[in-house]
Write a protein that binds this ligand. Structure first.
Ligand code: C2E
Ligand code: CA
Ligand code: CA
Length: 604
C-alpha cells in the first residue's frame, strides 16, 4: 500500500468514526457484556472495547481498567488497526514495537495483548475488542484467537446496526438515498490516487418506465408491487454480486455503485447485468412480467469542477436513466451534451405555466377534415401552437413530450379543450357547424376523471357531444387497454366521437381493435404520404382499411398530399381525408374564410 493510499484510508476511517459519533455516545450495556464475556471466556483480567481516534484512543467499555483512554502513541490497538487484522503479541517485552511502551516498561507492566478490529459496514476498523494480562501468554492459540475474532464480529454487528439506523429503507431493508448521498460524498473527497479498488461509477436503475408506474401499481396491487420490487432487488443483488450495496432512490428506482473497468469490459458487464434484470418473471398473479429495466451511469469524479457534490452525481445518473428511456436504450452514460436539451425542457415547462395564464402565446390552428365522397369539410382537427417570446416557435411534439411527464399536461389539455370548443361555439353562431377534434395524451387517458372533464367543457359552451371528437394515439391506448376501454365507451355515451390516431405505427397486433370500439381510425401520415409510390404500403394500407371496415370503424387518412393518393383512398372506401392537398392547419379566422370560399375538392 502506498503512503498516500494509507493516509487517505486513515482519513476515511476517522471520518467514519466521527460520523458515527460513538466516542461521545453513552455507555452501552451490549459493549459491557461483550468485554465481560471476552474476559471470562479467555480468562483475562483486562478486556476493552477501544476506539482509535487521530491522537487518542478511547475506552468505550471494559473490565479491569479505570482509565477512559490513553494517547494514541501508547496504544497497542492502533497497531492492530493499522495492520487491519487481529493482532496477538504473546510477550510485549519481546516485541521491539512495544518494549518501550510506558504501559509495558512501567507499572502495571502489561505483558500480553490480543486485539481484533471492530469494523463498519464499509470495512473501516474503528477500534478493537482486546484482552490484556500482566503475564506473557505463550499458549494463546488459534482457538482463543478465533473466540476473540468472533466476539469482535458481534460488536461490529452492533456498530452496523447503529450505523444503519435511519439509513435503511423500512419496506425493503436496503439502504436509503440519504445513505447513498453520504457514500458518494466520501467517494468524492477521496483523492484520485486512492487506487482503483473503489467504485467509480454510479448506476441508477429503473425497473419500470416512469409513466407506467401508476399503471403497474394498478395492475399488480400494492402487495404484488412490493413483491415485484423485492424480486427486482434480489435480481440486482444476484447480478451485481452480493457484496455490492443497493440503494433505494425512488419507488421503482435504485442506485448501485460500480467499479469502472476498461470500456469494453464495462459494456459487456452492463449488458449482462441488464439482460439478467430484464428476464421475465412470474408475478404470481398469472401474468408474466418483464421488468422494463434501464440504467443511467455517471462517473463519481469531481474532475476539475469542485462544485460537484453528491447530489449532482445522483442527478447526472438519473438524467442518464431518463435518456435511456427516451432513446430506448438499455443504458446510457451521462452526457453533458444532453444538458442543453434538458435545460430547454425545464425552461419550456417553467414558461408554459405563464403561457397558460397569459393566454396570448398559445393558440390553436385548425386543419380541415374532408369527406372524400362529397369533398365537403366535415370537421377540423385542433393543433396546438406556441409562439414563445424568446425561443420562437415551439413544436407541439416537443411541448407535449415535455408536458406529458408532468402535472402540467392536465391544465394544458383543459386549455386546448376549452379554446377549441369556444371556437366551435363561435363558428356555430356564425352559421358554421364544424365538429372539432382534440388530441389527448397518455396522461389524459390515464386520468380517472377524463370523461367528466370532457363533459364539463361541453356543458360550459352549451355544445352537444357530437361537436367534439377526441384522438388518442394507438400506443397510449395500448399502454393500459383495460382502463381505456370503459372510458371510450363513456365518451361514446355522451355523444363524443373517438379516433385512434397514428394508426399503424405502433403495434402490429390488430386484435385489440375488436376490444376497443372507437369510432374512427386515422391511418398515420407516414404510410399515406408515400402511398402513391409505395406498392407494399398500398397492400398494407388496403388490408388495414378492409379489416377496420369489417370491425365497423370509419377511416380517416391523414397526410394526404397529392391527388394520386386521394384517388387510391377513395377506391378503397376510405371515408375522410386530411392533408396539405386540401389545406394546411389554419388560424381560426383563416379557416372560416377557407370553408366559405373553397370549392369542394372533387375528383374529376
Ligand atoms: P397528429 O395528431 O398526427 O397531427 C397531425 C400532424 O400532421 C400535424 O402536425 C399536422 O400539421 C401534420 N400534417 C397535416 N397534414 C399534413 C400533410 O399533408 N403532410 C405533412 N407532412 N404533415 C401534415 P403538428 O401540428 O406539428 O402536430 C404534431 C403532433 O403534436 C400531432 O400529431 C399531435 O400528436 C401533437 N399535438 C398537436 N396538438 C396537440 C394537442 O393539443 N394536444 C396533444 N396531446 N397533442 C397535440
Ligand atoms: Ca391527431
Ligand atoms: Ca396523427
Amino acid at each position: 500500500m502506498s503512503t498516500s493510499h494509507a493516509s487517505t484510508r486513515e482519513a476515511e476511517r476517522l471520518n467514519a468514526l466521527h460520523r458515527l459519533d460513538l466516542i461521545h455516545a453513552p455507555r452501552d450495556p451490549v459493549l459491557d457484556r461483550a468485554t465481560g464475556l471476552a474476559a471470562r471466556l479467555l480468562d483475562m483480567p483486562v478486556s476493552l472495547v477501544t476506539l482509535v481516534d487521530a491522537s487518542r484512543q478511547w475506552f468505550k467499555a471494559g473490565v479491569g481498567v479505570e482509565l477512559l483512554g490513553t494517547p494514541r502513541a501508547h496504544s497497542f490497538c492502533a497497531h492492530a488497526i493499522e495492520a487491519d487484522e487481529v493482532m496477538v503479541v504473546p510477550d510485549l517485552v519481546a516485541d521491539d514495537r512495544f518494549a518501550d511502551n510506558p504501559f509495558v516498561a512501567q507499572p502495571p507492566h502489561v505483558r500480553f495483548y490480543a486485539g481484533a478490529p471492530i469494523r463498519t459496514i464499509d470495512g473501516y476498523s474503528l477500534g478493537t475488542l482486546c484482552v490484556m494480562s500482566r503475564e506473557p501468554q505463550p499458549d494463546f492459540g488459534a482457538e482463543q484467537t478465533q473466540t476473540l475474532v468472533d466476539l469482535a464480529a458481534l460488536v461490529s454487528g452492533w456498530v452496523r446496526m447503529r450505523e444503519s439506523a435511519g439509513y435503511l429503507d423500512a419496506a425493503t431493508g436496503i439502504f436509503t438515498r440519504q445513505r447513498l448521498l453520504e457514500t458518494l460524498g466520501t467517494a468524492l473527497r477521496r483523492s484520485p490516487t486512492a487506487g482503483d479498488s473503489h467504485a467509480s461509477l454510479l448506476g441508477v436503475v429503473d425497473v419500470a418506465m416512469p409513466r407506467q408506474m401508476h399503471g403497474l401499481i394498478q395492475v399488480l396491487g400494492y402487495q404484488h408491487t412490493e413483491r415485484f420490487i423485492a424480486e427486482c432487488i434480489e435480481r440486482l443483488a444476484y447480478a451485481l454480486g452480493h457484496e455490492h450495496p443497493i440503494y433505494r432512490i425512488g419507488l421503482f428506482r435504485f442506485g448501485v455503485l460500480l467499479r469502472e473497468q476498461p470500456d469494453e469490459r464495462t459494456r459487456d458487464y452492463l449488458y449482462r447485468l441488464m439482460k439478467t434484470l430484464r428476464q421475465p418473471f412470474d408475478s404470481e398473479i398469472g401474468i408474466l412480467l418483464a421488468p422494463d429495466t434501464v440504467m443511467g451511469v455517471a462517473r463519481i469524479d469531481a474532475g476539475y469542477d469542485t462544485d460537484i457534490d453528491a447530489s449532482e452525481i445522483l442527478r447526472r445518473a438519473s438524467a442518464a436513466a431518463d435518456d435511456a428511456w427516451e432513446s430506448d436504450c438499455c443504458w446510457c452514460y451521462y452526457e453533458p451534451a444532453g444538458e442543453a436539451r434538458r435545460q430547454r425542457r425545464v425552461r419550456l415547462l417553467t414558461d408554459l405555466r405563464g403561457a397558460l395564464e397569459a393566454g396570448d402565446e398559445l393558440y390553436l390552428e385548425y386543419q380541415p377534415k374532408i369527406d372524400v365522397a362529397s369533398g365537403d369539410c366535415v370537421g377540423v382537427e385542433a393543433l396546438l401552437r406556441w409562439q414563445h417570446p424568446a425561443l420562437g416557435f415551439v413544436s407541439p411534439a416537443e411541448l407535449i413530450d415535455a408536458a406529458e411527464r408532468t402535472a402540467l399536461m392536465r391544465p394544458l389539455t383543459d386549455w386546448v379543450l376549452d379554446t377549441a370548443l369556444a371556437q366551435s361555439a363561435t363558428w356555430r353562431r356564425r352559421g358554421l357547424t364544424l365538429p372539432v377534434a382534440v388530441n389527448l395524451s397518455a396522461h389524459d387517458i390515464a386520468d380517472e376523471a377524463i370523461v367528466e372533464r370532457v363533459d364539463a367543457h361541453l356543458r360550459r359552451h352549451a355544445l352537444p357531444g357530437d361537436s367534439l371528437e377526441v384522438e388518442f394515439t394507438e400506443s397510449t391506448l395500448i399502454d393500459d387497454l383495460d382502463a381505456a376501454v370503459p372510458k371510450l365507451e363513456q365518451l361514446h355515451a355522451i355523444g363524443v366521437t373517438t379516433a385512434i390516431d397514428d394508426f399503424g405505427t405502433g403495434y402490429c397486433n390488430l386484435a385489440y381493435l375488436q376490444k376497443l370500439n372507437a369510432g374512427k381510425i386515422k391511418i398515420d401520415r407516414r404510410f399515406v404520404q408515400t402511398l402513391d409510390s409505395d406498392e407494399r404500403g398500398q397492400v398494407l394500407t388496403r388490408a388495414i382499411v378492409r379489416l377496420a371496415h369489417d370491425l365497423d370503424y370509419r377511416i380517416v387518412a391523414e397526410g394526404v398530399e397529392n391527388e394520386a393518393t386521394l384517388r387510391l383512398l377513395v377506391d378503397w372506401g376510405c371515408e375522410q381525408a386530411q392533408g396539405y392537398l386540401f389545406a394546411r392547419p389554419l388560424t381560426a379566422e383563416a379557416l372560416h374564410d377557407w370553408v366559405r370560399s373553397s370549392e369542394p375538392v372533387a375528383l374529376s
